[in-house]
Design a binder for this molecule. Structure first.
Ligand code: KIV
Ligand code: ZN
Length: 519
C-alpha cells in the first residue's frame, strides 16, 4: 500500500456510539455505515459484538451489506469475546477482529488484577485464538500512553509475533501531549524489533482537547492508521474528529505530505446524519462542520473575503459538501458586504439608494442579532416603495397607549411634503384603529380599513413584521405596506403608505384634482 496514505479507521459506531446518550438503533447504524462507505473510510468498527445482542446484530448486518470497507468488531482478550466478534463478522468481505487489553499500571492493578507477565501471556494467547478466525487482527494495549514505555514495547513485540497485523496505541484517557505522544511512537519504532511487520495506529481521546493534535503528531512520527469518529463523538470528551484530521491532512498537504482515501464531499452529510441520530448537536464553532465554520461577519473579514476568498478562508466549504460560505449580515458588516448581498439577490441600487438601505440596515442590525436575506430584501423594498410614493406624508412619531379597561389611543406626528410637522390624537376599538383615526385627522381623509394583515418576514421573536393594509376612499382601493420589528409602528407606516398611494392615484387620475387634500 502507498506508504503516504493514512488509513482512516472510523469508530463512530463503536467508541462513538458507546458514549452516554449517543446510542443508535440498528437501522440508524446501517444508515451511518452506508454513509461511512460513501466517505470511503478504510475500516468501519461496527460495534462490540459481545456487549449486547443489538451490537452483535448491527455488526453482522453491516458486515453483510458494506463490502467496500473492512469491518471490525471489538473484543476483550477473552475467547468468548473473540468468538462473538468472529461470528458477527462471518458475512464480511474483509473482517478485522480488534482485541484490546489494558497494559498501564493503573489498569493492571485496579482493573484486570494481572501482573505484567500475565498481560503479555493474555495478549499472545488471545491473538493466537483470534488468528483461527481471521488474519486481519488489530491489537490495542489499552491506556498505552500511561503504560511504562519498556513494558509497552514488550507487549507490542509479543502481539506482533502472535499475529497482530495492526498495533493501535490508544491515548485512552486523553492524557498525552502532542510532542510526548510523537516521542512514544518514535520510541516504539526504535524499540520494537518486529515493528515493520504491523501497521502502527493511534486512537486518541479528547479529554484535554488534544485528540486531533495528538493524532497529527503521531502521523508526523510515522503512524499509518488513525482511529477517529464523525463529529468527534465518543467516551467522555470524545475521540479525535474524523473530519478535522482528514481536512488537516488535505489542507496542509504541503506540511504533512500524506493523504487519505476519504471522499470529503460527503463529510457534511455524514456529520448531519450522526448528529441527528445521536441527538448530539454540533457546536456552532466546531471546526469543519460547525454552522459558523464558514461564516464571516466582521466588516474587515467580509471586505477581504469579497476581494479574495483565501484572505480569510483556508478551505472551500464545497470540499466537504457544505453550502457556500455565508456572509452573515449583522451589525459588524460593512457597506461592501451589503452591496454584494443585494447584488446576489438580484438588485442593482444606485449609490444613494444603497446609502439609504445601508442606513436602515445599521438601525435594524442594532435591533436584531442576525439580519437574514429576507430582511435585506425587505429593506430594499422599503426604500424603493417609499421612493415610488414620493412620500407625500412621512411618519415622524407614534405614541400608542393600550391598557385594560380604557379606550386605546394614539398620538401621531406626520411631516408633509412642505416639511411642516402636524400632530393629532386618535382613539378607536384597538391601537391600530386609534392610529388610523389620528392619521385621518391629520390628512383630512376618512379612509375605510378593508383588510389588515401582519406577516412575520423573518425568524425569531425579534422578527421583522410586514403589515399590509387595504383601504378605500371613495371608489379607490389601495394596499399599503409597512415593515418593522415594532408592529404598531409598521401599521402606522402601512396606513401612511396607503394614504400616499391614494393621493398619488387621485392626482394621476386628474379627474378629482384637488379633492384629496395634501400638505
Ligand atoms: O480508548 C480506548 O482505549 C479504546 C480501545 C478499546 C481501543 O477505545
Ligand atoms: Zn476509545
Amino acid at each position: 500500500m502507498d506508504k503516504d496514505r493514512i488509513i482512516i479507521f472510523d469508530t463512530t459506531l463503536r467508541d462513538g456510539e458507546q458514549c452516554p446518550g449517543a446510542s443508535m438503533n440498528i437501522k440508524e447504524k446501517m444508515e451511518v455505515a452506508r454513509q461511512l462507505a460513501q466517505l470511503k473510510v478504510d475500516v468501519i468498527e461496527a460495534g462490540f459484538p459481545i456487549a449486547s445482542p443489538g451490537d452483535f446484530e448491527a455488526v453482522r448486518q453491516i458486515a453483510q451489506e458494506v463490502r467496500t470497507a473492512s469491518i471490525a468488531g471489538l473484543a476483550r482478550a477473552l475467547e468468548k469475546d473473540i468468538e462473538a466478534a468472529a461470528r458477527a463478522l462471518e458475512p464480511a468481505e474483509n473482517p478485522r477482529i480488534h482485541v484490546f487489553l489494558s497494559t498501564s499500571k493503573s489498569h493492571r492493578v485496579h482493573m484486570v488484577h494481572k501482573a505484567k507477565a500475565e498481560i503479555v501471556e493474555m495478549a499472545i494467547s488471545s491473538l493466537k485464538f483470534a488468528g483461527k478466525f481471521c488474519s486481519n487482527l488489530e491489537f490495542s494495549p489499552m491506556d498505552a500512553s500511561r503504560t511504562e514505555p519498556e513494558f509497552l514495547a514488550e507487549v507490542v513485540t509479543a502481539a506482533i509475533d502472535a499475529g497482530a497485523t495492526t498495533v493501535n496505541i490508544p491515548d485512552t484517557v486523553g492524557y498525552a501531549i502532542p510532542d510526548e505522544f510523537a516521542g512514544l511512537i518514535r520510541y516504539l519504532q526504535a524499540n520494537v524489533p518486529n515493528i515493520d511487520k504491523a501497521i502502527l495506529s493511534v486512537h486518541c481521546h479528547n479529554d484535554l482537547g488534544l485528540a486531533v493534535a495528538n493524532s497529527l503528531a503521531a502521523i508526523q512520527a510515522g503512524v499509518r492508521q488513525v482511529e477517529c469518529t464523525v463529529n468527534g463523538i465518543g467516551e467522555r470528551a470524545g475521540n479525535a474528529s474524523m473530519e478535522e484530521i482528514v481536512m488537516a491532512l488535505k489542507t496542509r498537504k504541503d506540511f504533512f505530505n500524506k493523504h487519505t482515501n476519504i471522499d470529503t464531499q460527503h463529510i457534511m452529510a455524514c456529520s448531519k446524519m450522526v448528529s441527528s441520530f445521536t441527538g448530539f448537536f454540533v457546536q456552532r464553532n466546531k471546526a469543519i462542520v460547525g454552522k459558523n465554520a464558514f461564516a464571516h461577519e466582521s466588516g474587515i473579514h467580509q471586505h477581504g473575503f469579497l476581494k479574495k476568498k483565501d484572505t480569510f478562508e483556508i478551505m472551500n466549504p464545497s470540499e466537504i459538501g457544505g453550502e457556500e460560505s455565508e456572509l452573515v449580515m449583522g451589525k459588524h458588516s460593512g457597506r461592501n458586504a451589503l452591496q454584494f448581498r443585494i447584488k446576489e439577490l438580484g438588485h442593482e441600487l444606485s449609490t444613494e439608494e444603497l446609502d439609504r438601505v445601508f442606513d436602515e440596515f445599521k438601525i435594524l442590525a442594532d435591533e436584531k442579532k442576525d439580519v437574514f436575506e429576507e430582511d435585506i430584501l425587505t429593506l430594499v423594498q422599503k426604500v424603493v416603495v417609499s421612493e415610488e410614493n414620493q412620500n407625500v406624508w412621512k411618519l415622524k412619531k407614534l405614541e400608542a397607549s393600550v391598557s385594560t379597561g380604557t379606550t386605546p389611543s394614539a398620538e401621531i406626528t406626520l411631516v408633509g411634503k412642505d416639511g411642516v410637522e402636524r400632530s393629532a390624537k386618535g382613539s378607536g376599538d384597538g391601537p391600530v384603529d386609534a392610529i388610523c383615526d389620528a392619521i385621518d385627522k391629520i390628512t383630512g381623509l376618512s379612509c375605510k380599513l378593508l383588510d389588515y394583515q401582519v406577516l412575520s418576514k423573518t425568524k425569531g421573536t425579534d422578527a421583522l413584521g410586514e403589515v399590509s393594509i387595504q383601504t378605500s376612499y371613495k371608489n379607490m382601493k389601495v394596499l399599503g405596506k409597512g415593515i418593522g420589528v415594532n408592529t404598531l409602528d409598521a401599521s402606522a407606516q402601512a396606513y401612511v403608505n396607503a394614504v400616499n398611494k391614494l393621493i398619488l392615484k387621485d392626482q394621476l387620475s386628474q379627474s378629482s384634482q384637488g379633492e384629496i387634500p395634501g400638505p
